[in-house]
Design a protein around this ligand. Structure first.
Ligand code: DC
Length: 215
């Protein structure tokens, strides 16, 4: 069983996907984290964004577990270094390159293989696993998404400004939805859930009941 959970930044997809993975006892693939890792390594190795495919030759390793996606570079766990808005912005810039998207999607398919997984991203249901048994697309208002991101970064000790976050979210939405190839949109057979006024538990319960109905 594969469950695709897509949605924009701050829609709650990470928290929901992680909790689903934990409750179902299956692997969790956070594709956004992997995009971030590629963008981070690209910058670290002084590569131009257009050269991001070269990162596939670098010692970058992704390990999946229940409720965890871990990324190692040269043997060191780097997930903590990937949370900033700056890395998110760089990830969204490399994400517009079609050759990179094609390559990273096959990397994701290879990583999960025939196994069961909750796959979180922007295109998990449209391009990575179009055959997923369940596709969920989470949304929330831009203001609510900015508020959540603000709280999340603050709790990680990262200094942030709410207005700046809202601006970055709106810019990122614009770039992610308007890119000419692979524009970010829900799969036709995805169930759209607006999480603006829902708690994490409410969203998780809703998805679990959809799984019971379908699988
Ligand atoms: O989910 P996130 O905010 O960590 O993702 C960072 C960026 O990576 C996001 O702005 C767009 C890109 N991305 C993507 O294009 N496709 C994915 N499946 C995951 C992330």
């Amino acid at each position: 069983m594969k469950i695709a959970v897509d949605g924009p930044a701050g829609s709650g997809k990470s928290a929901v996907s992680k909790e689903l993975s934990r409750r179902l006892g299956i692997a969790y693939l956070n594709t956004g984290l992997v995009y971030r890792a590629f963008a981070y390594v690209c910058a670290l190795e002084n590569l131009e964004k257009e050269e991001v495919l070269k990162v596939f030759e670098k010692p970058l390793e992704v390990r999946l577990g229940v409720a965890s996606t871990e990324v190692f570079y040269r043997g060191e766990e780097i997930s903590q270094k990937l949370a900033s808005e700056e890395v998110g912005r760089m990830a969204s810039q490399i994400a517009i390159l079609p050759s990179f998207r094609e390559r990273i999607n096959s990397f994701f398919r290879h990583l999960v293989g025939d196994g069961q997984a909750v796959v979180e991203g922007r295109d998990a249901g449209t391009h990575i696993f179009p055959q997923a048994e369940l596709k969920v697309f989470l949304t929330a208002s831009a203001e609510e998404r900015a508020r959540r991101r603000f709280e999340q970064l603050k709790s990680k000790g990262i200094e942030v400004d709410y207005k700046e976050i809202l601006k970055v979210i709106l810019e990122r939405d614009e770039r992610d939805t308007k890119r000419p190839i692979y524009p970010f949109k829900p799969a036709e057979d995805a169930i759209v859930i607006d999480t603006t006024n829902l708690s994490l538990e409410e969203v998780v319960e809703r998805v679990l009941s959809l799984i019971k109905e379908r699988v």
